[in-house]
Design a protein around this ligand. Structure first.
Ligand code: IPM
Length: 360
């Protein structure tokens, strides 16, 4: 298969982890006889520095012409601490999501047997957790009208949703549930927010089309609590943009490190794959960033492109690296010198020699 993949490494640890995922994809292409070409684009702080915009036209056009996009991370500490910055790196990612209409953000959370003791939660609570978050990605408070009064003393961000925006993420969430444990939990704040009540109405109208799926509801505050107390109770979590952002970050605690969580952002025409974690600037170029979220995002890309055997090989490589403790310091207690690159090298070798790859 010939594929044109756009690569947007972004800021902070983005370039390091993305390099490992690209390496793994190159190994997949070689092993399974595909032709993958990679086109790189700037986004975020690095794009602001060079082009004075967080999303240069050229990057957008590379993405529009690609079969899939691999995204790293965005943002730097300098921007994080400056509320007065005229331009923000994150705008690059948000504009890209909007321009490509990537409305469905899919974030799986699966507890690895090998890592049960790395979670901050008790082993028996974490064991067998297997949930997936369907986060709406192009609406809500992220994209509503923003205002700052002239005297700078009043600011607002409005949270708006339309029926159509809710419908188009609800269907894939229910379809996913049909192929899983047949349960959808709608997370909202319908006791307070009008937009959440619209979500409930629309989701309740759609649910009967999926009679084999049970729909239940949770308010976001309660869901944040339940996700930690009893993550196993969830199958598919369906939620709006900001609640999904917060819950998916929280889910990193369950599995032992946010450095393990991958995601797919899908629209009707385009598809982007990115780790759930951010740019974590303090770790930049120290070789300690966990590349697994990026590598698993590449596996989600392969799934999306129908390359099932290839995706399975990548996941098996990740599984073996965890089993042998070939992991970065966020997870590792056995060896203290396993770098980002070493994890990537191991998984790359595994793609070509699944039975023989060991730590050396
Ligand atoms: C994510 C990130 C982004 C978001 C930021 C970088 C804008 O946290 O992908 O979860 O909030 O969506």
């Amino acid at each position: 298969m010939k594929l044109n993949i756009a690569v947007l490494p972004g800021d902070g640890i983005g370039p390091e982890v993305t390099a490992q995922a690209v390496k793994v994809l190159k190994a997949v292409a070689m092993e399974f006889d595909h032709l993958f070409t990679f086109q790189y684009g700037l986004i975020g702080a690095s794009a602001i520095e060079k082009h004075n915009t967080p999303l240069p036209e050229e990057t957008l056009s590379i993405c529009k012409n690609a079969d899939a996009i691999l995204f790293g991370a965005i943002g730097t500490t300098a921007y994080d601490i400056d509320p007065n910055a005229k331009m923000r790196p994150e705008q690059g990612l948000l504009q890209l999501r909007k321009a490509l209409d990537l409305y469905a953000n899919i974030r799986p959370v699966v507890a690895y047997e090998e890592l049960l003791n790395k979670s901050s939660l008790k082993k028996n609570k974490v064991k067998d957790t297997n949930l997936i978050i369907y986060r709406e990605l192009t609406g809500g408070i992220y994209f509503g009208e923003k205002k700052l009064s002239e005297d700078g003393n009043e600011a607002s961000d409005s949270c708006t949703y339309t029926r159509k925006e809710i419908e188009r993420i609800t269907h894939p969430a229910f379809k996913a549930a049909q192929a899983r444990s047949k349960k959808v939990t709608l997370v909202d704040k319908a006791n307070v927010l009008e937009s959440s009540r619209l979500w409930r109405r629309v989701v309740q109208e759609i649910a009967p089309q999926y009679p084999d799926v049970t729909l239940n509801y949770m308010f976001i505050d309660n869901a944040a609590n339940e996700l930690i107390i009893n993550p196993k109770q969830f199958d598919v979590i369906l939620t709006e943009n900001m609640f999904g952002d917060i819950l998916s970050e929280e889910a990193g605690v369950i599995v032992g490190s946010i450095g393990l969580l991958a995601s797919a952002s899908l629209g009707d025409k385009h598809a982007m794959f990115e780790p759930v974690h951010g740019s974590y600037s303090p770790a930049t170029n120290k070789g300690i960033a966990n590349p697994i979220a990026s590598i698993l995002s590449a596996a989600m890309m392969l799934d999306h492109l129908g390359l099932d055997e290839e995706a399975t090989r990548v996941r098996d490589g990740v599984g073996k690296s965890l089993k042998l403790h070939i992991t970065t310091p966020d997870l590792n207690t056995k060896y203290d010198n396993i770098s980002t690159t070493k994890v990537g090298d191991f998984i790359e070798d595994f793609i070509n020699n699944p039975d023989e790859t060991n730590l050396n």
